[in-house]
Design a protein around this ligand. Structure first.
Ligand code: NAG
Ligand code: FES
Length: 318
């Protein structure tokens, strides 16, 4: 067996001398989660790849951040890949890649030129038919670490690899150094990479009781929510006043404004818990907005709700 080059090296080399990781004490890289990245759709309901972006978008979105304080997910002071925009986030992906015949990756340095080797390097091209392509690596991905599996390793078993070599937020040379450090006789490597994805959105249509609108004013407000947002908080944050004296006060919080009825997109909401299910038994169309998450499992689409339910006249049907 002849092993060809480990990598097809980069044709392009864009060095930027002005790379400085941004520093945040409390970094929010996404609207909903702390830390530089998160894994979406663990339940596998939605294929996260529908939110992938192209190479240009990934290159324009990636940045390096540093956390000053330790958090649950990362150490302080170590640069990590992060999204510049709250409309995108950095996701984690892991692939088992054969090295027989080389990986077939072309890398591109987006930022570098520092003595410490920190920078940003992404995959610029995945060679057709290569091992990297077969594994599922895409242009725009950035390699975060490479693991050497034990002989008995089963991919997806959750086994923690003993030998993992980190290359998140490294310049071109430092990334290549990590990839080339893997002994020749290793047939397969576990590649952990960072992939930029668009945050899925929910288009929420909120209908007010028509009686609450002045003549000629629409009783409908359309707002855009991120998948994963709490329905009640999202509406309040966007200036929708929930106050419905005709509704009974809630046993949990004493408010009267929680119940909404759902006219469309119910499958985009989280399933009801037992308590909510019991409370809503006689109102199958309704949800407690404070217990409702939109875009459950990172699903995307349209949701339609009515609020201030006791103020809808019976003709209008709430
Ligand atoms: C809900 O009802 C309250 C009290 O009548 C009112 O002030 C508020 O504007 C209403 N909100 C909406 C969204 O219709
Ligand atoms: S605000 Fe009380 S149950 Fe929702």
């Amino acid at each position: 067996m002849v092993r060809l080059t480990l990598l097809v090296l980069a044709a392009t080399f864009v060095a930027s001398s002005s790379f400085t990781p941004r520093v945040f004490s409390h970094r929010r890289s996404s609207p909903l989660f702390e830390g530089g990245s998160m894994k979406v759709a663990d339940a596998g309901v939605v294929d996260a790849n529908v939110y992938n972006v192209n190479l240009e978008k990934a290159a324009a979105t990636l940045t390096a951040s540093v956390q000053v304080e330790k958090s649950a997910v990362r150490a302080p002071g170590v640069p990590f890949l992060d999204s510049k925009s709250k409309d995108y986030f950095v996701d984690d992906e892991t692939f088992l890649v054969s090295r027989d015949g080389g990986l077939g990756l072309e890398l591109l340095e987006l930022a570098g030129g520092r003595d410490d080797g920190f920078g940003i390097t992404i995959v610029e091209n995945v060679v057709k038919g290569s091992n990297a392509e077969k594994a599922g690596i895409l242009a725009g991905d950035s390699i975060a670490s490479v693991g050497i599996p034990s002989p008995s390793f089963v991919f997806g078993s959750g086994e923690i690899l003993a030998d993992v070599r980190d290359c998140e937020c490294r310049d071109f040379d430092a990334t290549i150094a990590v990839l080339s450090s893997i002994p020749e006789d290793v047939d397969c490597i576990v590649v952990n990479l960072k992939r930029v994805r668009r945050w899925p959105k929910i288009q929420l249509r909120v209908e007010y009781p028509p009686s609450q609108c002045a003549e000629g004013v629409s009783n409908v407000k359309d707002i855009e929510l991120f998948a994963g947002e709490n329905l009640q908080r999202a509406m309040l944050n966007r200036g929708i006043i929930l106050d419905d004296p005709g509704q009974g006060k809630c046993d949990f919080c004493g408010k009267n404004s929680c119940v909404v009825s759902v006219y469309g997109g119910r499958k985009l909401l989280n399933p009801m818990g037992l308590t909510e299910e019991k409370l809503m038994e006689r109102n199958p169309r309704c949800r407690l907005s404070c217990k409702t998450t939109v875009g459950y499992n990172m699903a995307e689409g349209d949701v339609n709700v009515r609020v201030n339910l006791s103020q809808w006249s019976s003709k209008e049907e709430k």
